[in-house]
Design a protein around this ligand. Structure first.
Ligand code: CP3
Length: 341
Protein backbone atom coordinates (compact mmCIF):
# COMPACT_ATOMS: atom_id res chain seq x y z
CA UNK A 1 0.00 0.00 0.00
CA UNK A 2 1.01 3.59 -0.50
CA UNK A 3 1.21 5.86 2.57
CA UNK A 4 0.62 8.86 0.27
CA UNK A 5 -2.60 7.47 -1.23
CA UNK A 6 -3.70 6.08 2.17
CA UNK A 7 -3.66 9.61 3.56
CA UNK A 8 -6.49 10.51 1.18
CA UNK A 9 -8.49 7.57 2.57
CA UNK A 10 -8.11 9.06 6.05
CA UNK A 11 -5.48 6.53 7.10
CA UNK A 12 -2.75 8.08 9.21
CA UNK A 13 0.67 6.43 9.31
CA UNK A 14 3.39 6.68 11.96
CA UNK A 15 5.03 9.58 10.13
CA UNK A 16 3.46 11.76 7.41
CA UNK A 17 4.14 10.93 3.75
CA UNK A 18 6.71 13.27 2.28
CA UNK A 19 7.64 14.66 -1.12
CA UNK A 20 8.99 18.00 -2.31
CA UNK A 21 7.87 20.35 -5.05
CA UNK A 22 10.72 20.49 -7.62
CA UNK A 23 12.32 17.41 -6.02
CA UNK A 24 13.88 16.65 -9.41
CA UNK A 25 16.03 19.55 -10.57
CA UNK A 26 19.19 21.56 -10.55
CA UNK A 27 20.17 20.95 -6.89
CA UNK A 28 20.96 17.33 -7.89
CA UNK A 29 24.31 16.76 -9.70
CA UNK A 30 22.81 13.71 -11.46
CA UNK A 31 20.07 15.98 -12.90
CA UNK A 32 22.68 18.40 -14.24
CA UNK A 33 24.46 15.44 -15.84
CA UNK A 34 21.36 14.37 -17.75
CA UNK A 35 20.46 18.00 -18.50
CA UNK A 36 23.79 18.38 -20.37
CA UNK A 37 22.70 15.64 -22.75
CA UNK A 38 19.79 17.72 -24.10
CA UNK A 39 20.06 21.05 -25.83
CA UNK A 40 16.83 22.56 -24.63
CA UNK A 41 14.88 22.06 -21.43
CA UNK A 42 11.73 21.19 -23.42
CA UNK A 43 13.65 18.46 -25.30
CA UNK A 44 14.23 16.91 -21.90
CA UNK A 45 10.53 17.10 -21.04
CA UNK A 46 9.73 15.41 -24.38
CA UNK A 47 12.29 12.56 -24.03
CA UNK A 48 10.39 9.77 -22.24
CA UNK A 49 13.49 7.81 -21.15
CA UNK A 50 15.31 10.87 -19.80
CA UNK A 51 12.19 12.36 -18.18
CA UNK A 52 11.51 9.01 -16.45
CA UNK A 53 15.13 8.78 -15.30
CA UNK A 54 15.03 12.31 -13.83
CA UNK A 55 11.65 11.65 -12.18
CA UNK A 56 13.17 8.70 -10.32
CA UNK A 57 16.46 10.38 -9.35
CA UNK A 58 15.28 11.90 -6.04
CA UNK A 59 13.67 8.58 -5.03
CA UNK A 60 16.95 6.76 -5.53
CA UNK A 61 18.62 9.08 -3.02
CA UNK A 62 15.86 9.67 -0.46
CA UNK A 63 13.01 7.50 0.93
CA UNK A 64 10.30 9.81 -0.46
CA UNK A 65 6.68 8.63 -0.68
CA UNK A 66 5.85 10.07 -4.10
CA UNK A 67 7.42 10.86 -7.46
CA UNK A 68 6.19 13.81 -9.53
CA UNK A 69 6.49 13.32 -13.25
CA UNK A 70 9.28 15.46 -14.70
CA UNK A 71 7.64 17.93 -17.08
CA UNK A 72 6.62 21.59 -17.00
CA UNK A 73 3.40 23.61 -16.84
CA UNK A 74 4.44 25.34 -20.10
CA UNK A 75 4.19 22.07 -22.06
CA UNK A 76 0.47 22.88 -22.42
CA UNK A 77 0.85 26.17 -24.35
CA UNK A 78 3.70 24.60 -26.32
CA UNK A 79 1.61 21.57 -27.32
CA UNK A 80 -1.15 24.01 -28.36
CA UNK A 81 1.26 25.58 -30.85
CA UNK A 82 2.60 28.59 -28.92
CA UNK A 83 6.31 29.18 -29.24
CA UNK A 84 7.97 28.40 -25.88
CA UNK A 85 11.66 28.28 -25.03
CA UNK A 86 13.72 28.27 -21.84
CA UNK A 87 16.74 30.51 -21.75
CA UNK A 88 19.66 29.64 -19.51
CA UNK A 89 19.66 31.90 -16.44
CA UNK A 90 16.63 33.88 -17.67
CA UNK A 91 13.67 31.52 -17.57
CA UNK A 92 10.78 30.86 -19.96
CA UNK A 93 10.17 32.95 -23.11
CA UNK A 94 6.91 32.66 -25.06
CA UNK A 95 5.70 34.46 -28.17
CA UNK A 96 2.86 36.34 -26.46
CA UNK A 97 -0.68 35.51 -27.60
CA UNK A 98 -3.25 38.20 -28.25
CA UNK A 99 -6.54 37.88 -26.38
CA UNK A 100 -8.50 38.80 -29.50
CA UNK A 101 -7.08 36.13 -31.73
CA UNK A 102 -5.80 33.35 -29.48
CA UNK A 103 -7.97 30.77 -31.20
CA UNK A 104 -6.23 31.56 -34.51
CA UNK A 105 -2.86 30.80 -33.00
CA UNK A 106 -3.61 27.87 -30.70
CA UNK A 107 -5.01 24.52 -31.76
CA UNK A 108 -5.87 21.29 -29.98
CA UNK A 109 -5.48 19.49 -33.30
CA UNK A 110 -1.92 18.29 -32.61
CA UNK A 111 -2.08 18.58 -28.83
CA UNK A 112 -2.05 14.87 -27.99
CA UNK A 113 0.56 14.09 -30.62
CA UNK A 114 2.79 16.85 -29.24
CA UNK A 115 2.24 15.90 -25.60
CA UNK A 116 2.46 12.12 -26.21
CA UNK A 117 6.05 11.87 -24.84
CA UNK A 118 4.78 13.14 -21.47
CA UNK A 119 2.30 10.24 -21.28
CA UNK A 120 5.01 7.82 -22.43
CA UNK A 121 7.30 9.11 -19.68
CA UNK A 122 4.52 8.50 -17.13
CA UNK A 123 3.97 4.97 -18.41
CA UNK A 124 7.69 4.22 -18.26
CA UNK A 125 8.12 5.75 -14.81
CA UNK A 126 5.16 3.79 -13.44
CA UNK A 127 6.67 0.52 -14.65
CA UNK A 128 9.84 1.25 -12.67
CA UNK A 129 8.26 2.67 -9.52
CA UNK A 130 7.64 0.57 -6.39
CA UNK A 131 3.87 0.20 -5.73
CA UNK A 132 4.30 1.84 -2.31
CA UNK A 133 5.34 5.10 -4.03
CA UNK A 134 2.61 7.31 -5.52
CA UNK A 135 3.07 8.88 -8.95
CA UNK A 136 1.88 12.50 -9.17
CA UNK A 137 0.77 14.16 -12.40
CA UNK A 138 0.30 17.91 -12.69
CA UNK A 139 -0.64 20.95 -14.73
CA UNK A 140 -0.63 24.71 -14.28
CA UNK A 141 -4.03 26.17 -13.40
CA UNK A 142 -5.68 28.29 -16.13
CA UNK A 143 -4.96 31.66 -14.45
CA UNK A 144 -1.22 31.05 -14.02
CA UNK A 145 -0.88 29.57 -17.52
CA UNK A 146 -2.83 32.46 -19.10
CA UNK A 147 -0.53 34.99 -17.40
CA UNK A 148 2.58 33.38 -18.92
CA UNK A 149 0.90 33.00 -22.32
CA UNK A 150 -0.06 36.70 -22.52
CA UNK A 151 2.98 38.21 -20.78
CA UNK A 152 5.42 36.06 -22.76
CA UNK A 153 7.79 35.61 -19.82
CA UNK A 154 7.98 35.40 -16.05
CA UNK A 155 7.34 38.62 -14.17
CA UNK A 156 6.98 39.91 -10.61
CA UNK A 157 3.52 41.39 -11.18
CA UNK A 158 2.46 40.25 -14.70
CA UNK A 159 1.24 43.84 -15.22
CA UNK A 160 0.96 43.56 -19.02
CA UNK A 161 -1.10 40.37 -18.89
CA UNK A 162 -3.33 41.62 -16.08
CA UNK A 163 -3.99 44.90 -17.86
CA UNK A 164 -5.10 42.96 -20.95
CA UNK A 165 -7.34 40.77 -18.80
CA UNK A 166 -9.05 43.79 -17.18
CA UNK A 167 -9.50 45.57 -20.51
CA UNK A 168 -10.88 42.50 -22.33
CA UNK A 169 -12.66 40.58 -19.60
CA UNK A 170 -14.84 38.62 -22.00
CA UNK A 171 -11.96 37.43 -24.17
CA UNK A 172 -9.88 36.62 -21.09
CA UNK A 173 -12.71 34.51 -19.65
CA UNK A 174 -12.93 32.66 -23.00
CA UNK A 175 -9.20 31.92 -22.81
CA UNK A 176 -9.62 30.56 -19.25
CA UNK A 177 -12.55 28.38 -20.42
CA UNK A 178 -10.49 27.11 -23.35
CA UNK A 179 -7.54 26.30 -21.07
CA UNK A 180 -9.79 24.58 -18.49
CA UNK A 181 -10.92 22.12 -21.16
CA UNK A 182 -7.44 21.47 -22.59
CA UNK A 183 -5.87 21.09 -19.12
CA UNK A 184 -8.65 18.63 -18.19
CA UNK A 185 -7.87 16.52 -21.26
CA UNK A 186 -4.13 16.68 -20.55
CA UNK A 187 -4.71 15.51 -16.96
CA UNK A 188 -7.10 12.74 -18.00
CA UNK A 189 -4.39 11.39 -20.34
CA UNK A 190 -1.89 11.53 -17.48
CA UNK A 191 -4.19 9.44 -15.27
CA UNK A 192 -4.76 6.96 -18.11
CA UNK A 193 -0.96 6.68 -18.46
CA UNK A 194 -0.51 5.85 -14.78
CA UNK A 195 -0.51 8.84 -12.40
CA UNK A 196 -2.53 8.23 -9.22
CA UNK A 197 -3.00 11.77 -8.02
CA UNK A 198 -2.79 15.31 -9.46
CA UNK A 199 -1.54 18.68 -8.35
CA UNK A 200 -2.76 21.93 -9.90
CA UNK A 201 -0.11 24.65 -9.70
CA UNK A 202 -1.61 28.13 -9.42
CA UNK A 203 1.68 29.80 -8.54
CA UNK A 204 0.42 33.32 -9.31
CA UNK A 205 -3.08 33.02 -7.75
CA UNK A 206 -2.05 35.72 -5.27
CA UNK A 207 -1.93 38.27 -8.11
CA UNK A 208 -5.67 37.92 -8.81
CA UNK A 209 -7.74 40.69 -7.18
CA UNK A 210 -10.47 39.57 -4.74
CA UNK A 211 -13.13 41.07 -7.03
CA UNK A 212 -12.22 38.57 -9.79
CA UNK A 213 -11.23 35.63 -7.62
CA UNK A 214 -14.29 33.51 -8.32
CA UNK A 215 -14.33 34.24 -12.05
CA UNK A 216 -10.62 33.82 -12.74
CA UNK A 217 -9.39 31.37 -10.10
CA UNK A 218 -12.05 29.14 -8.59
CA UNK A 219 -14.48 28.78 -11.47
CA UNK A 220 -11.89 27.54 -14.05
CA UNK A 221 -10.28 25.30 -11.41
CA UNK A 222 -13.71 23.94 -10.42
CA UNK A 223 -14.31 22.92 -14.05
CA UNK A 224 -11.09 20.93 -14.12
CA UNK A 225 -11.78 19.21 -10.79
CA UNK A 226 -15.29 18.40 -11.95
CA UNK A 227 -14.12 16.95 -15.31
CA UNK A 228 -11.52 14.81 -13.57
CA UNK A 229 -13.75 13.51 -10.78
CA UNK A 230 -16.41 12.67 -13.34
CA UNK A 231 -13.87 10.47 -15.14
CA UNK A 232 -12.10 9.18 -11.99
CA UNK A 233 -14.35 9.55 -8.91
CA UNK A 234 -11.78 8.68 -6.23
CA UNK A 235 -8.77 10.50 -7.72
CA UNK A 236 -7.08 12.80 -5.17
CA UNK A 237 -6.59 16.34 -6.55
CA UNK A 238 -4.36 18.80 -4.71
CA UNK A 239 -4.68 22.53 -5.35
CA UNK A 240 -1.76 24.91 -4.87
CA UNK A 241 -3.15 28.44 -5.06
CA UNK A 242 -0.06 30.27 -3.88
CA UNK A 243 -0.44 33.56 -2.03
CA UNK A 244 -4.24 33.76 -1.61
CA UNK A 245 -4.26 33.87 2.22
CA UNK A 246 -7.75 34.44 3.59
CA UNK A 247 -9.35 33.25 0.33
CA UNK A 248 -8.27 29.65 0.94
CA UNK A 249 -11.62 28.70 2.51
CA UNK A 250 -13.50 29.93 -0.52
CA UNK A 251 -11.01 28.22 -2.85
CA UNK A 252 -11.62 24.87 -1.16
CA UNK A 253 -15.40 25.09 -0.98
CA UNK A 254 -15.74 26.33 -4.56
CA UNK A 255 -13.20 24.11 -6.34
CA UNK A 256 -13.86 20.90 -4.33
CA UNK A 257 -10.18 19.89 -4.33
CA UNK A 258 -9.39 16.98 -1.99
CA UNK A 259 -6.00 18.32 -0.93
CA UNK A 260 -4.48 21.76 -0.43
CA UNK A 261 -0.80 22.65 -0.69
CA UNK A 262 -0.13 25.57 1.66
CA UNK A 263 2.48 28.25 1.02
CA UNK A 264 4.78 29.36 3.83
CA UNK A 265 2.66 32.37 4.83
CA UNK A 266 -0.24 30.22 6.10
CA UNK A 267 -0.22 29.47 9.84
CA UNK A 268 -1.07 25.77 10.17
CA UNK A 269 -3.19 26.51 13.25
CA UNK A 270 -5.32 28.83 11.09
CA UNK A 271 -5.64 26.19 8.35
CA UNK A 272 -6.71 23.49 10.83
CA UNK A 273 -9.30 25.77 12.43
CA UNK A 274 -10.73 27.25 9.23
CA UNK A 275 -10.59 24.52 6.58
CA UNK A 276 -12.75 21.37 6.46
CA UNK A 277 -11.37 18.46 8.51
CA UNK A 278 -11.79 16.11 5.52
CA UNK A 279 -9.34 18.22 3.48
CA UNK A 280 -5.79 16.83 3.26
CA UNK A 281 -3.29 19.59 4.00
CA UNK A 282 0.18 19.62 2.50
CA UNK A 283 3.11 21.84 3.37
CA UNK A 284 4.61 24.16 4.26
CA UNK A 285 8.27 24.36 5.22
CA UNK A 286 10.11 27.42 3.89
CA UNK A 287 12.44 26.28 1.04
CA UNK A 288 15.21 28.50 2.47
CA UNK A 289 15.27 26.32 5.60
CA UNK A 290 16.36 23.45 3.36
CA UNK A 291 19.22 25.65 2.19
CA UNK A 292 20.14 26.36 5.83
CA UNK A 293 19.86 22.84 7.30
CA UNK A 294 20.90 22.32 10.92
CA UNK A 295 19.01 23.45 14.00
CA UNK A 296 16.72 25.98 12.28
CA UNK A 297 15.56 23.25 9.89
CA UNK A 298 14.94 20.74 12.67
CA UNK A 299 13.06 23.25 14.82
CA UNK A 300 10.70 24.18 11.98
CA UNK A 301 10.00 20.56 11.03
CA UNK A 302 9.14 19.68 14.63
CA UNK A 303 6.88 22.71 14.85
CA UNK A 304 4.95 21.54 11.74
CA UNK A 305 4.67 18.08 13.34
CA UNK A 306 3.30 19.55 16.52
CA UNK A 307 0.73 21.71 14.73
CA UNK A 308 -0.49 18.78 12.61
CA UNK A 309 -0.69 16.23 15.44
CA UNK A 310 -3.69 13.95 15.17
CA UNK A 311 -4.45 14.94 11.60
CA UNK A 312 -3.40 13.12 8.41
CA UNK A 313 -1.24 15.45 6.32
CA UNK A 314 1.50 15.40 3.70
CA UNK A 315 4.86 16.94 4.44
CA UNK A 316 6.16 19.30 1.75
CA UNK A 317 7.65 22.76 1.25
CA UNK A 318 5.68 25.98 0.77
CA UNK A 319 7.18 26.20 -2.76
CA UNK A 320 9.83 24.41 -4.83
CA UNK A 321 13.32 23.27 -3.79
CA UNK A 322 15.89 25.96 -4.67
CA UNK A 323 18.87 25.14 -6.94
CA UNK A 324 21.37 26.09 -4.19
CA UNK A 325 19.95 23.47 -1.77
CA UNK A 326 22.55 20.92 -0.57
CA UNK A 327 21.18 17.40 -1.21
CA UNK A 328 22.45 16.40 2.28
CA UNK A 329 19.94 18.83 3.82
CA UNK A 330 17.12 17.19 1.88
CA UNK A 331 18.23 13.85 3.32
CA UNK A 332 18.39 15.39 6.81
CA UNK A 333 14.84 16.72 6.39
CA UNK A 334 13.40 13.37 5.27
CA UNK A 335 15.06 11.61 8.23
CA UNK A 336 13.71 14.11 10.75
CA UNK A 337 10.20 13.88 9.28
CA UNK A 338 10.38 10.09 9.45
CA UNK A 339 11.59 10.22 13.06
CA UNK A 340 14.96 8.69 12.22
CA UNK A 341 17.05 11.60 13.41
O1 CP3 B 1 10.25 17.93 -9.63
C1 CP3 B 1 9.21 18.54 -9.96
O2 CP3 B 1 8.58 19.29 -9.18
C2 CP3 B 1 8.63 18.26 -11.34
C3 CP3 B 1 8.98 19.13 -12.38
C4 CP3 B 1 8.48 20.57 -12.49
C5 CP3 B 1 9.22 21.55 -13.20
N1 CP3 B 1 8.47 22.67 -13.31
C6 CP3 B 1 10.57 21.34 -13.76
C7 CP3 B 1 11.41 22.51 -14.11
C8 CP3 B 1 7.29 21.17 -12.09
C9 CP3 B 1 6.15 20.60 -11.24
C10 CP3 B 1 7.28 22.51 -12.62
C11 CP3 B 1 6.13 23.45 -12.46
C12 CP3 B 1 6.28 24.83 -12.92
N2 CP3 B 1 6.94 25.28 -14.03
C13 CP3 B 1 5.65 25.95 -12.31
C14 CP3 B 1 4.73 25.89 -11.11
C15 CP3 B 1 5.44 25.66 -9.83
C16 CP3 B 1 6.41 26.74 -9.43
O3 CP3 B 1 7.60 26.39 -9.25
O4 CP3 B 1 6.01 27.88 -9.27
C17 CP3 B 1 6.00 27.09 -13.06
C18 CP3 B 1 5.59 28.52 -12.75
C19 CP3 B 1 6.81 26.66 -14.14
C20 CP3 B 1 7.38 27.47 -15.25
C21 CP3 B 1 8.86 27.47 -15.21
N3 CP3 B 1 9.63 26.38 -15.59
C22 CP3 B 1 9.73 28.52 -14.86
C23 CP3 B 1 9.29 29.88 -14.39
C24 CP3 B 1 11.03 28.03 -15.02
C25 CP3 B 1 12.29 28.83 -14.87
C26 CP3 B 1 12.65 29.05 -13.45
C27 CP3 B 1 13.59 28.01 -12.97
O5 CP3 B 1 13.39 27.48 -11.87
O6 CP3 B 1 14.55 27.75 -13.72
C28 CP3 B 1 10.95 26.69 -15.42
C29 CP3 B 1 12.09 25.76 -15.73
C30 CP3 B 1 12.11 24.47 -14.98
N4 CP3 B 1 11.03 23.66 -14.77
C31 CP3 B 1 13.27 23.83 -14.44
C32 CP3 B 1 12.83 22.61 -13.90
C33 CP3 B 1 13.69 21.55 -13.25
C34 CP3 B 1 14.70 24.35 -14.54
C35 CP3 B 1 15.16 24.34 -15.95
C36 CP3 B 1 16.59 23.85 -16.19
O7 CP3 B 1 16.99 22.79 -15.69
O8 CP3 B 1 17.29 24.52 -16.95
Amino acid sequence: MSPFLDTFKGIKSYSPPIWFMRQAGRYLPEYLDVRKRCKGFLDLCYSPELAAEITLQPLKRFPLDAAIIFSDILVVPHALGQKVSFEEGIGPKLTPISLHSFEDHLTVKNFFKNAAPVYQAIHLTKSKLAPSKALIGFAGAPWTLALYMIEGEGSRDFAKAKRQAFENEKAFTSLLDYLSEVISLHLIEQVKAGVQTLQLFDTWAGLCPATHFEKWITSPTRKIVSNLTEAFPSLPIIGFPKGIGANLGEYVSQTKVSGLSLDTTIPLSWAIKNLPSSLILQGNLDPILLVSGGESLKKSILSIHEDMQGRPYIFNLGHGILPQTPPSHVEECVQIVKGQR
